[in-house]
Design a protein. Structure first.
Length: 113
């Protein structure tokens, strides 16, 4: 069964860091780009970062310089390292496998003092 499972969310103070992981089950993970999205309360789900099959990342402006997306194809895993977190980063974070058309279950990130 093809699925994505995220982990690593939690409560962190402003300025802190978290690393999210997304493990994919299924074959051919390495040939696909992967996405990270987030959805804050009352807002639409928005793209945060994309990483190509070759490992080239793209970031939206609001996280550029603070977030780093990477992947380990041997572990079928994509990561989102989040530094210098701000209260406005509070959201449920989802990974998405666009080539297969599935989403993970999401992991809550709360940035608050």
């Amino acid at each position: 069964q093809v699925q994505l499972v995220e982990s690593g969310g939690g409560l962190v103070q402003p300025g802190g860091s978290l690393r999210l992981s997304c493990v994919a089950s299924g074959s051919d993970f390495s040939i696909y780009a992967m996405d990270w999205y987030r959805q804050a309360p009352g807002k639409q789900r928005e793209l945060v970062a994309t990483i190509s099959s070759a490992g080239s990342p793209y970031y939206v402006n609001s996280v550029k310089g603070r977030f780093t997306c990477s992947r380990d194809n041997a572990k079928n895993t994509v990561y989102l390292q989040m530094n210098s977190l701000k209260p406005e980063d509070t959201a449920v974070y989802y990974c998405r496998w666009p080539g297969v058309g599935i989403w993970g279950q999401g992991t809550q990130v709360t940035v608050s003092s």
